[in-house]
Ligand binder design. Structure first.
Ligand SMILES: *Cc1c(COP(=O)(O)O)cnc(C)c1O
Length: 397
C-alpha cells in the first residue's frame, strides 16, 4: 500500500464514526466490471457496492443522463411535479405490476413508508391502534427504528430497545410458525423474497404462496422487501414475479438508482387506494428530479439491453462453476440463492477468504460469518466469472 493510501485511511479513521470495520482500500474510480484504488490497482467487482451497480461502473448512457439533469434541475420539493419522477414512476409501475409509488432516499426509508402504509390501512379498516406486524428471523430491513424493529437479528436490535411495538418474529420458510402468530390485531407480514444479509436464503414457493393465502384469508397485507433481491438480480425484474405472487406493498432501492440514493415503496390495489393520504407521509429530497432521472434511465437501459435475460443465462454459468467447486470441497455446506444473488456457506468463518480474494484483486463480501456472497454487477459475463473463479479458488486455502 502506498504512503498516500495509508494516510487517507488514517485520516478517515480519525474522523468517520467507527460503525464499519472497513477493508484497507481507498477506491478512486470505476470502469465497467472493475474498480481502481488510489494506487492504480485494478479490482474485479463481484459485490457492486452491495448490489447497487447493476449496470457496472461508468455506464455511458446513465452518466450522460445524470450530467444532463444536473445542469437542468436538481430539486423542486414534493410541493410540485417534475418530469423525471413521472417517467420513473411509469417505468417502475410497468416493471413491477404495482399501482402507486412513493420515492424515498434509501432502502430503510422505503421500509419505514411500507410499515406506515400497512398500519394506516388497518387503522382505516377497524380504527384500532394496537396493530401487530409479523416479520422473519434472520431478516434485514435497514437501520432506522421502524426498519430495525422488523429486522430479525437480536444483536442489531437489543441496544436500541424499545423499538416500535407489536412486532413478532416467525421462522422464515415455516408457514406454521407464521400462522401461529396471527390474531385479529395482525395487519401485515413483511419479508424479503430472498433474504440477503441473513445469508442468502430464498423463500420457498410453498412458503411465499402460503403466506399470500394467509394474508388474503385474514385481511393482512403482504410486504415484500425487494431492496437487494429485486431490480433484475434474480433474473426477473422483481424476485416475486418468479413465484407467481403479488405483494400488497413492495420496497425497492439499491440498484434502482445504480449509485444515486433512491428508493421506493410501491402499493397495489386496496393498499394503494386506502392507506396513506395527503398529510400522512412526506420527504424533502425523495423523488427529486436528479435521482428520478437516474432511476428512469436505469429502467430504460434494463429494457433496451434485456438485462434480465442476460442475468438468467450468465448467472446459470456462475451457478454451474460454483456447484462444481462446492462438490469438490468438503468444507462447503451449501450453495444457495437465485440468479446473480448467490451465497456459498462454509463450515468455518470466511473473513480470511474474502481478504485473500481482495489481495488478488477480486471484491467479494460475506453475508453472515460463514457465507461468501456473490453479488456482481448484472452485466457480468462468462469471462468475468472465469476471472473471479480463479482468484476465488486460489483464495480458499
Ligand atoms: C440494504 C437493505 C435495506 C436497507 O437499505 P438502505 O438503503 O441501506 O437503507 C433494506 N432491506 C434489504 C433487504 C436490504 O438489503
Amino acid at each position: 500500500m502506498s504512503a498516500q493510501m495509508e494516510k487517507l485511511i488514517d485520516n478517515a479513521e480519525g474522523m468517520l464514526l467507527h460503525t464499519y470495520n472497513r477493508f484497507p482500500v481507498v477506491f478512486d474510480r470505476g470502469e465497467g466490471m472493475h474498480l481502481f484504488d488510489v494506487d492504480g490497482k485494478r479490482y474485479l467487482d463481484f459485490f457492486s457496492g452491495i448490489g447497487v451497480f447493476a449496470l457496472g461502473h461508468g455506464n455511458r448512457e446513465f452518466n450522460d443522463a445524470v450530467k444532463d439533469q444536473v445542469d437542468k434541475l436538481l430539486h423542486t420539493s414534493n410541493y410540485f411535479y417534475n418530469e423525471p419522477a413521472i417517467e420513473a414512476a411509469k417505468r417502475l409501475l410497468d416493471a413491477s405490476g404495482m399501482d402507486r409509488v412513493f420515492f424515498t432516499n434509501s432502502g430503510a426509508e422505503a421500509v419505514e413508508g411500507a410499515l406506515k402504509a400497512a398500519r394506516k390501512y388497518a387503522y382505516l379498516k377497524d380504527g384500532r391502534t394496537d396493530h401487530e406486524i409479523i416479520a422473519m428471523d434472520h431478516s434485514f430491513h435497514g437501520r432506522t427504528f421502524g426498519a430495525l424493529s422488523v429486522t430479525g437479528k437480536k444483536a442489531y436490535r437489543d441496544p436500541f430497545e424499545p423499538l416500535i411495538g407489536g412486532v413478532k418474529f416467525a421462522a422464515f420458510n415455516d408457514l406454521d410458525s407464521v400462522k401461529a402468530l396471527v390474531n385479529d390485531r395482525t395487519c401485515a407480514v413483511i419479508m424479503e423474497t430472498v433474504q440477503g444479509e441473513g445469508g442468502i436464503h430464498p423463500a420457498t414457493e410453498e412458503f411465499i404462496r402460503g403466506v399470500r393465502d394467509l394474508c388474503d384469508e385474514h385481511g393482512m397485507l403482504l410486504i415484500l422487501d425487494e431492496i437487494q433481491c429485486g431490480m433484475g438480480r434474480t433474473g426477473s425484474m422483481f424476485a416475486y414475479q418468479e413465484y407467481g405472487v403479488t405483494p400488497d406493498i413492495m420496497t425497492s432501492a439499491k440498484a434502482l438508482g445504480c449509485g444515486l440514493p433512491v428508493g421506493a415503496f410501491l402499493l397495489k390495489g386496496d393498499a394503494a387506494m386506502h392507506s396513506l393520504e395527503a398529510g400522512d407521509h412526506g420527504t424533502t429530497y425523495g423523488g427529486n428530479p436528479l435521482v428520478c432521472r437516474a432511476a428512469a434511465t436505469v429502467l430504460k437501459i434494463y429494457e433496451e439491453t434485456d438485462l434480465t435475460a442476460h442475468v438468467r443465462t450468465a448467472s446459470a454459468y456462475l451457478r454451474k462453476r460454483l456447484d462444481a467447486l462446492a462438490a469438490s470441497r468438503s468444507d462447503v455446506v451449501e450453495l444457495r440463492g437465485r440468479g446473480y444473488m448467490l451465497g456459498m456457506q462454509f463450515d468455518h468463518p470466511v473473513g480470511d477468504i474474502i481478504k485473500r480474494a481482495l489481495d488478488k484483486g477480486v471484491v467479494l463480501i460475506n453475508a453472515g460469518a460463514d457465507v461468501v456472497r456473490f453479488l456482481p454487477p448484472l452485466i457480468a459475463d462468462k469471462g468475468d466469472i472465469d476471472e473471479m473463479m480463479s482468484a476465488f479458488e486460489a483464495s480458499l486455502d
